[in-house]
Design a protein around this ligand. Structure first.
Ligand code: NAD
Ligand code: UDX
Length: 466
């Protein structure tokens, strides 16, 4: 019988598995933590002595890897071996939106969850706690439990010595602030039925998280809370973005409106920054999933409510592209446009669902040549994202090494990610490099009008009728 947690294995070495396990290893030096993945290149990069090669860029992550790797933190492709020697197994695999079959385009594709659960069933030994860390639809724990129990029986019908407990422990970290979110979470949520299993996980988190912030719920509440939290956050971004358009036509200033609204304690100041729409791997996928679940239960009005949040997000990107084309005399062919920022937000190298992808696609379709600069996203990733969204088209893009290189000879600069680096650009230098009449489209509201004083640059700013 399990009496303490000595070995943890995490299946999935991505944006959640890597940072979250690094922090557990850092806080619990006596526990051996191994992160496994089928992707050999990813694991090799996690193990690379050159820490700039880590597959995930997160402020503060490098330092933890340097401290713990090889001591009690390991990265491996030997999934089966690590499963068999672990007391607790986290499932941090990806749960993308289904692209075919029932629920295509909305429901979560649970194939990676299912295959990892089958592997756990096959190779686990003794009493094992299985923790869902991936974001999954309500009642997935039930599926995992069924797979574990039925596969166990297939393996050895008389087997009594392999017991599984399934817990839900959704991850609330945001990319770009993952390490500080993990070190100081708003809350840790543990859903489950088995008190002993809950207690083991509770004890791990209570090493650094104040106990009043660790809440335990039934498993379904835990799963639904995660989807709901993301939907509420995304809804705030869509709400403020809808008002940004109204500001542009009325003369109100979106930053002033956002500040005034956010100062109401009941509303709060966070997640009211206007921008080119939310990106990232979670919001769209989780809202789609909520829409699917609502429809499944016949709640069509609920589904439509959340659909509108996604529609506003796409609309915000479309309208930005149209504004750029209009300001450049309705024609982009043979024009060079500098794009500053390709990641979906600052401080991450993640480009999944980045608003930059749709906007770049629109500009390319208008005939523009793009010079894209992002401090942490490499050329290959940029090219692959664009090729993916326009498979049969010519992707005329160049990855620039600096903001100035992307400005060189350009007719416009479009700021799409709120990187700190873009706040200290020398706009006089940019002015000299660009072709007149030159436009700066600030889609993240990081510029002040004064920054462009004494330049010939024209400024368009989201939510601001200049
Ligand atoms: P990711 O794509 O970065 O990583 C998932 C990894 O799992 C991949 O490296 C993949 O190769 C691996 N994998 C898939 N099947 C496997 C298997 N059978 N065996 C071994 N490895 C396997 O995904 P992510 O961004 O880390 O997200 C993981 C989950 O966490 C998702 O459900 C997501 O919704 C949720 N989540 C993500 C974030 C975020 O900010 N990225 C935050 C909270 C929750
Ligand atoms: C989100 C949730 O915040 C996190 O709790 C969950 O675990 C995973 O999904 P993430 O997608 O990493 O995290 O980033 P987040 O900070 O939420 O930003 C999402 C998008 O919204 C980004 O594109 C960001 O630029 C945009 N955003 C955010 C705004 O446009 N305005 C804001 O005020 C806040």
């Amino acid at each position: 019988m399990l009496s303490e947690i000595k070995n943890i294995c995490c299946i999935g070495a991505g944006y959640v598995g890597g940072p979250s396990m690094a922090v557990i290893a850092d806080k619990c030096p006596e526990i051996k933590v191994t992160v496994v993945d089928l992707d050999e290149e990813k694991i090799s990069n996690w193990n690379d002595s050159n820490l700039d090669k880590l597959p995930v860029y997160e402020p503060g992550l490098k330092e933890i890897i340097e401290r713990r790797r090889g001591k009690n933190l390991y990265f491996s492709t030997d999934v089966n071996k690590e499963i068999s020697s672990s007391d607790m197994i986290f499932l941090s695999v990806n749960t993308p939106t289904k692209t075919r079959g029932l629920g295509s385009g909305e429901a979560s594709d649970l194939k990676y969850i299912e295959s990892s659960a089958r592997q756990v069933a096959k190779y686990a030994t003794g009493e094992t706690i299985v923790v869902e860390k991936s974001t999954i639809p309500v009642k997935t724990a039930e599926t995992i439990e069924k797979i574990l129990i039925t596969s166990k029986k297939e393996k050895d019908p008389k087997s009594q010595h392999c017991i599984f407990h399934v817990l839900s422990n959704p991850e609330f970290l945001a990319e770009g602030t993952a390490i500080s979110d993990l070190n100081n979470p708003n809350r840790v949520l543990i859903g489950g039925e088995n008190k002993k299993a809950i207690n083991f996980l509770y004890k791990i988190y209570s090493r650094w998280v104040p106990t009043e912030k660790i809440i335990t719920t039934n498993i379904w509440s835990s799963e639904l809370s995660k989807l709901t939290a993301n939907a509420f956050l995304a809804q705030r971004v869509s709400s403020i973005n809808s008002i940004s358009a109204l500001c542009e036509v009325t003369g109100a200033n979106i930053l002033e409106v956002s500040k005034a609204v956010g100062m109401d304690d009941r509303i709060g100041q966070y997640f009211l920054k206007p921008g080119p729409g939310f990106g990232g791997s979670c919001f769209k996928k989780d809202i789609l999933n909520l829409i699917y679940i609502s429809k499944f239960y016949g709640l069509y009005e609920v589904a439509n409510y959340w659909k509108a949040v996604l529609q506003i997000n796409k609309w915000q990107q479309d309208r930005i592209s149209k504004i750029i084309v209009n300001k450049l005399f309705g024609n982009l062919s043979n024009k060079r446009v500098g794009i500053l920022g390709f990641s979906f937000k600052a401080n991450t190298n993640d480009t999944r669902e980045s608003p930059a992808i749709n906007i770049c696609k629109d500009l390319l379709e208008e005939g523009a040549n793009l010079a894209i600069f992002d401090p942490k996203v490499n050329e290959e990733k940029i090219f692959n994202e664009l090729k993916n969204i326009m498979p049969n088209k010519n992707v005329d893009v160049e990855a620039s090494k600096s903001a100035y290189e992307s400005a060189d000879g350009s007719d416009a600069i479009v700021i799409l990610t709120d990187w700190e680096d873009f706040k200290i650009i020398d706009w006089h230098k940019v002015d000299k490099a660009m072709r007149s009449p030159a436009w700066i489209f600030d889609c993240r509201n990081i510029l002040k009008k004064a920054d462009l004083e004494k330049t010939n640059l024209n400024l368009w700013q989201l939510g601001n009728n200049l």
